[in-house]
Write a protein that binds this ligand. Structure first.
Ligand code: CMC
Length: 430
C-alpha cells in the first residue's frame, strides 16, 4: 500500500519549488518530477536511468545492498526451494499464491496454448539453422504479432489474460523449435503428467522417443527458471514497458524485450561467460585475465561479474552455485574443470582490491551456463533459456502497465549539444 506524500524543496536560480515525495512500501522513496519542467524549465539528466524510477510496480522488489530479491513480497530463496515455476508464474501474475485447484486451472490454461501456429512453424524454414538463436527468437516472437493482432483490445483485462497465457504457453514451443531447428532434429512431445520444466526438456530432447528426463536436471531447470523469471525494471523489461507504452501489439513489445536481453551487458552475459571460460582455458591463466579486466585500455570485462543494482552479492548467483554442485554431483562430475575454473576465478577476483572497491560480485549469469551445458544445451542457447524464463516477467509487467490508469507513452528528453544554424544555402548555390 502506498503511503501519504511528503514534499521536498528544490532551490534553483529562479526560486524555490516544492516537489512531492512518493513513499515506497519498502526501499527508497522517489521524488515526483512530473511537474519539474513546467515549474522550473529544467530537465533531469540520468542517461542510464540509474537514479530514475520509471514506473510504479507491485511485482518485484530488490535491495541491492542487502542482496534481497522478492517476488510479490516472497524471498527468492524460499521460492527457489519450495515452489515451482508455474506456481511462481501464478504468483507473479495474480499477486497471491495459488491453491491446488487454482494452480491446476492455471496450468490447464498454459497447456491449452502450448502449440504454435502453422505460419510460425514455417517461419523456421526460412531461418538459417546456424543463425544465432536469439535472432531466431526475436523473429519468432515478433511473428506472433502478425497472427494475434486485430482481436486484441490491450485495455481489456480478459484480452490481457489471453495474451499472458498465450505467450507463456507458446514460448517453450518456440524455444524448443529453435533448439531442434539448429540441430535439424524433431521437437519432442508435450506430456500431460509432466511439469512445465520437465516438458521443456521433453520438447528439447524427446523427439526421437528415447530421452529419459533426469529429475535432477528437471529440478535444476525449474530453479533456474524461477530465478530468471523477473527482475523489476532491468533493460529488457524496461524495453517491453517503453515499447508497450505506445499501445503497440503486446507480442511486438515482448520481441523488443528479447532483443534487449541479447546484449552481453544483460542476458547475453551467460553465453559470454562460458566463451570466456573457454578462452581462459585453465587456472594458470586466471591472473592474466584478471589483469586484463582491470586494464582500462583493454575492453575485456570479467563476464558474469558486476551488477547495476546488487552491490554486495546477487542472491541468484549463490543459489545457482549451490545447484551446480548438486547437478555435477549427481552426474559424478564433481571435478568438472569449468566449474573448478569458475570457482577459482570467483575466489581470486573477490580478494582483489579492484573488484572489492567497485563491489563487483558474480551475478546470475556466472554459473548458470555450467548447468545448461551439463543438460546438453549449447552456449548459443543460454540467452534463449533466459528469455524463456523472463517472458513471464515481461508479460506480467506488460499486463500491470496496461492496467494502470496513469499509463502515458514513455518519452524521455535529452540534453541537446549539437549546433543551431541559421546560414542555410541552397545546394545549387554552395
Ligand atoms: N569486469 C571489470 N570491471 C568491471 C566489471 C566487470 N565485469 N563490471 C564493472 N566494472 C567496473 C567498470 O569498469 C567501472 O570501473 P571504473 O569506476 O574504474 O570506471 C566500475 O566497475 C563500475 O562499472 P559500470 O560499468 O559503471 O557499472 P554498471 O552498473 O553500468 O554496469 C554491468 C553493470 C552488469 C553492465 C557491468 O558490471 C558489466 O559489464 N558486467 C559484465 C557483464 C555481465 O555480467 N552482465 C550481466 C549482468 S546481470 C544479468 C542481467 O542483467 O541480465
Amino acid at each position: 500500500m502506498q503511503k501519504k506524500n511528503k514534499t521536498i524543496s528544490l532551490k534553483t536560480n529562479s526560486g524555490s519549488f516544492e516537489l512531492d515525495v512518493k513513499e515506497a512500501t519498502v526501499g527508497p522513496n522517489v521524488i515526483d518530477l512530473k511537474r519539474l519542467y513546467s515549474q522550473t524549465g529544467l530537465f533531469t539528466f540520468d542517461p542510464s536511468y540509474s537514479a530514475t524510477a520509471s514506473c510504479e510496480s507491485y511485482i518485484t522488489y530488490i535491495d541491492g545492498n542487502e542482496g534481497i530479491l522478492e517476488y510479490r513480497g516472497y524471498p527468492i530463496e524460499q521460492l527457489a526451494e519450495l515452489s515451482t515455476y508455474l506456481e511462481v508464474a501464478y504468483l507473479l501474475f495474480n499477486g497471491e499464491l495459488p491453491s491446488e485447484n487454482s494452480l491446476e486451472d492455471f496450468r490447464a490454461n498454459v497447456k491449452a496454448n502450448m502449440v504454435i501456429p502453422q505460419q510460425t512453424k514455417k517461419l523456421f524454414e526460412g531461418l538459417d539453422k546456424d543463425s544465432h538463436p536469439m535472432a531466431m527468437l526475436t523473429t519468432a516472437m515478433a511473428s506472433l504479432s502478425s497472427i494475434y493482432h486485430d482481436e486484441i483490445d490491450i485495455k481489456n483485462h480478459e484480452d490481457q489474460k489471453k495474451f499472458f497465457f498465450n505467450v507463456l504457453g507458446k514460448t517453450p514451443i518456440l524455444v524448443a523449435s529453435i533448439f531442434n531447428h539448429r540441430n535439424q532434429t524433431n521437437i519432442g512431445q508435450y506430456h500431460e503428467e509432466l511439469s512445465y520444466s520437465e516438458n521443456i526438456l521433453s520438447l528439447f530432447f524427446g523427439g526421437n522417443g528415447e530421452y529419459k528426463i533426469d529429475p535432477v536436471f528437471a529440478k535444476a531447470l525449474d530453479i533456474l527458471m524461477i530465478l530468471h523469471a523477473d527482475h523489476e525494471q532491468n533493460c529488457s523489461t524496461s524495453s517491453v514497458r517503453l515499447t508497450g507504452s505506445s499501445g503497440t501489439n503486446p507480442y511486438a513489445s515482448i520481441a523488443a524485450g528479447v532483443a534487449a536481453l541479447w546484449g552481453p551487458a544483460h542476458g547475453g552475459a551467460n553465453e559470454a561467460v562460458v566463451k570466456m571460460f573457454g578462452e581462459i582455458g585453465n587456472k594458470d591463466n586466471i591472473p592474466k585475465y584478471i589483469a586484463k579486466a582491470k586494464d582500462k585500455n583493454d575492453r575485456f570485462r570479467l563476464m558474469g561479474f558486476g551488477h547495476r543494482v546488487y552491490k554486495n552479492f546477487d542472491p541468484r548467483a549463490t543459489i545457482i552455485r549451490e545447484e551446480c554442485h548438486k547437478v555435477l554431483n549427481a552426474m559424478e562430475n564433481d571435478d568438472d574443470p569449468m566449474f573448478e575454473l569458475a570457482q577459482e576465478l570467483e575466489q581470486i577476483a573477490l580478494k582483489d582490491e579492484y573488484f572489492i572497491e567497485r563491489n563487483l560480485y558474480p551475478n546470475v549469469d556466472f554459473y548458470s551456463g555450467i548447468i545448461y551445458q551439463a543438460m546438453g544445451i549449447p552456449k548459443e542457447m543460454f540467452t534463449v533459456m533466459f528469455a524463456l524464463a523472463r517472458t513471464l516477467g515481461w508479460a506480467t509487467h506488460w499486463c500491470e502497465m496496461q492496467s494502470q490508469p496513469s499509463l502515458k507513452i514513455g518519452r524521455p528528453r535529452q540534453l541537446y549539444l549539437g549546433e543551431q544554424r541559421r546560414d542555410y544555402i541552397a545546394i545549387d548555390q554552395r
